[in-house]
Ligand binder design. Structure first.
Ligand SMILES: Cc1cc2nc3c(=O)[nH]c(=O)nc-3n(C[C@H](O)[C@H](O)[C@H](O)COP(=O)(O)O)c2cc1C
Length: 164
């Protein structure tokens, strides 16, 4: 079985997770923004991207390749600020990003944000969000910054990718 880890990342967090997953599975590593990708070479495909404003940043790519992806053994992972337990937020992002009719196994991983990795207008947007929604602890954490990136987070993705 030949596999690929195909990712899109804005600040490098999904790239880090995808690199670890490729190392542990032996799958090819492909960056949507940099590499040419021939899906016909692969039986098992792992797709990863971060969530931004409630949508996966590779959503356009997934929609574009929907028909080809339908015939693959497909795993999708997202990287976001919210913990996997924030099911309503994550379900909403999935619905906004993944076309209906695709069969896949899904994993939500938590990423990181520090204010210094953001552009000034992104920092401003977060400050406005936190003012509008003071009761939301998770958005509060986003504004303060957080780092939940750990190599052990990829374990379930790797187990699923190596299963028969
Ligand atoms: C402008 C902006 C919007 C974001 N929106 C969301 C969101 O809607 N949901 C979420 O869970 N995380 C959100 N995040 C957090 C990112 O998904 C997180 O920082 C992730 O680690 C970035 O990964 P990347 O470097 O691979 O792009 C947002 C981050 C930024 C900077």
């Amino acid at each position: 079985m030949k596999g690929a880890v195909i990712f899109r990342s804005r600040y490098g967090v999904t790239r880090q997770y995808a690199t670890w997953i490729a190392e542990d599975t032996g799958f090819d590593l492909k960056d949507i923004d940099k590499d040419s990708i021939d899906l016909s070479l692969y039986d098992r495909v792992i797709i990863g991207a971060s969530i931004r404003a409630g949508k996966f940043i590779n959503s356009g790519w997934i929609h574009k390749h929907r028909d080809e992806l339908q015939s693959k053994d497909l795993i999708i992972f997202s990287v976001g600020g919210y913990p996997p337990s924030a099911e309503d937020k994550i379900e909403k992002a999935k619905k906004n990003s993944i076309p209906e009719g695709l069969n896949y196994r899904y994993f939500a991983l938590q990423g990181k944000i520090s204010m210094d990795m953001l552009k000034w207008w992104e920092r401003a947007a977060f400050c406005i969000i936190s003012k509008l929604d003071k009761k939301n602890d998770e958005i509060g954490n986003i504004v303060k910054g957080f780092d939940f990136v750990k190599r052990e987070n990829i374990k379930p993705v790797v187990e699923s990718a190596l299963s028969e």
